[in-house]
Design a binder for this molecule. Structure first.
Ligand code: ATP
Ligand code: MG
Length: 138
């Protein structure tokens, strides 16, 4: 059965002109782009999005980084979308990312790691609803 996941092309990748390259990898891997928009987000919006990490030492840096420039918000659809996108992204730290993954190709550090992807069904549902209105998901 087809599944939806949520993804962000992070500010580092947008800044470096990797938006098209990352979208190409995503489509090549069989994902359908169900919704897409480019926008800049506030630090408060980033904090709400990453609330599960609010107690972590990197929270302030992470939310400052995510609000440092335009990002691309995506809803992606395919069978097994959530797990397959995580696989395509590669490890959080690009130093540990496998060959052929998006983070191996486009990320420069554990913080500036090019892409976000939901890690489970419940977080995908929260994240899609956080950034997209129902009418944008028809
Ligand atoms: P994302 O949620 O962005 O898809 P992830 O699921 O691979 O990434 P998480 O553990 O959810 O990793 O961490 C969220 C983000 O916080 C990471 O993508 C990274 O940018 C940042 N981060 C995680 N761990 C660290 C760390 N030790 N130092 C600095 N930043 C970190
Ligand atoms: Mg995560």
């Amino acid at each position: 059965m087809s599944q939806r996941t949520f993804s962000i092309i992070k500010p580092d990748a947008v800044r470096k002109g990797h938006t098209g390259g990352i979208l190409a990898e995503i489509e090549k891997a069989g994902f359908k782009i169900a919704a897409i928009k480019r926008q800049s987000i506030s630090k408060d919006q980033a904090k709400g999005f990453y609330h599960v990490h609010s107690a972590r030492p990197f929270f302030d840096g992470l939310t400052t980084f995510m609000s440092s420039g335009p990002i691309v918000l995506l809803v992606l659809e395919k069978e097994n979308a959530i797990a397959d996108l995580r696989k395509l992204m590669g490890a959080t730290n690009p130093a540990n990312a496998e060959e052929g993954t998006i983070r191996k190709k486009f990320a420069s550090s554990i913080e500036e790691n090019a892409i976000h992807g939901s890690d489970a069904e419940d977080t995908a549902a929260f994240e899609i609803g956080y950034w997209f209105a129902g009418y944008e998901l028809l």
